[in-house]
Write a protein of this length. Sequence first.
Lengths: 303, 303
Amino acid sequence: MTEKKSFALDAWSARQLAAVEQALMRWVAPPEPRPAPAGLGDAMRYAVLDGGKRLRPLLVMAACEAVDGSPKAALRVACAVELIHAYSLVHDDMPCMDNDVLRRGKPTVHVKFGEAQALLAGDALQALAFELLTPEDGSVDVATQAALCRMLAQAAGYQGMAGGQAIDLASVGKALSSEQLHAMHRLKTGALLQASVMMGAACGTASAAAQSALRDYGAAVGLAFQVVDDILDVTADSATLGKTAGKDAAQDKPTFVSLMGLSASRNYAQELLSQAHHSLKASELQRVEALSALADMLVNRPA
Amino acid sequence: MTEKKSFALDAWSARQLAAVEQALMRWVAPPEPRPAPAGLGDAMRYAVLDGGKRLRPLLVMAACEAVDGSPKAALRVACAVELIHAYSLVHDDMPCMDNDVLRRGKPTVHVKFGEAQALLAGDALQALAFELLTPEDGSVDVATQAALCRMLAQAAGYQGMAGGQAIDLASVGKALSSEQLHAMHRLKTGALLQASVMMGAACGTASAAAQSALRDYGAAVGLAFQVVDDILDVTADSATLGKTAGKDAAQDKPTFVSLMGLSASRNYAQELLSQAHHSLKASELQRVEALSALADMLVNRPA
């Protein structure tokens, strides 16, 4: 089903990520000229820098490219969505939530810096995301700034990521229907992944039809990501994942694999990938190679 | 030192607060038409509704009035700053932070809903604050939306409230210099109080000189608030405060009272009040009665 095999995703990603990593280093609580107080900056940077697949930033940059948008604006958006993702991991790993000690192969933030500092670092990262979206340097026009803040707030909040985590929390040890499992993931991971696509697209202009198609692409990719995550939780080991494998089953969390089995989950992921490609075609946008290749990559990723 | 004694603050406040409470009920995770998932909305509303002095919303409305700004925009700003304040209390009360069980005379959010839900409710409230600032209904122009998001993000983040809390955390059991204590409170409570004034003023237009004077007013009021808070912690009882009294001393936290003594702290509060009044005069704005009366009220409040 993959299209445009000739597109070199690795080289494209490396180029984007070089810019993203550099921007994150510059923007996340820089030690100069005014350091964050009392070690807070260390915890914030530890949570964000030098780790993660940066899938959300890549989706932002790819969507911006698809609409020929402003790369300067997209770079801020890419960092902002990554900060929201990073803060959610910090809070999610805390003892009162998932109580995880390993993340990206390193001790989690609360293990390294203490729970209170982890709580504050997460809070500060969320605020910083909105600060990045509202520069005073004229690099992003104010109407776009406002739209981006709105999209990010909705994707992160009670009708988005935080809401999905609340469902997740309430569903441990419970049998969820397919509909309930979908609803949970649509919010928990899907909302921010979809927002990454839509916010990247908001860095340029797209027809209503193209926007609608990109929204469908984002929904398919967001769901596929979670299905594959559930598959990898049972098929990969901790070293490959960089986090504790088999945790979902150990915690008796409902997953796509526990609901539909491994084989059907794999088929479902491929079906969602087809939907994503179909949506890209329906968008009638020309430069969708990166979006297309990212969808392939995330469904077929080894870990 | 109080001016314009004839201004009826109680009636003015009651009018503003009626609007603010109604707006909060409408905007904080409304049960209709689409409830927040898995009880998250209940925790969010519990954290925000029916409690608190709403000092920050009153400062917003008063500053907006001073610059003859848009009351519609100010109402959103008033709710947004209150949501940031409320989320900070929820997280601050958690066991890994202050471990407080009583707030506004009621069990704290984590006592009532569990730690995980409290963590998520705080996170979702922060996101919601930015959502409130970015309506699509045309009630706030986009340039103002962008500026408001920027101001709120800076006031809430690592160079604002979260940074101040990190200093607070690191300072338990330590002797702080007067300078360090000021730096902590300028961030921890001062940043959001000052932002309330400046964001209220951003709902209209003010000269650079007036803005600068309002900034000074906000700084003086923000600091005075904390000095009075420290005084009340040793002079009022828990029932009056609606929270555990004497906690600072019990936790060996540095306060203005522990640093300079009770009598000098009282004098300092009055001095800051004079500075606030002086700044209002320097602003050359006409309708500053509410800002003036609020400064009086918060310095001379019984609890």
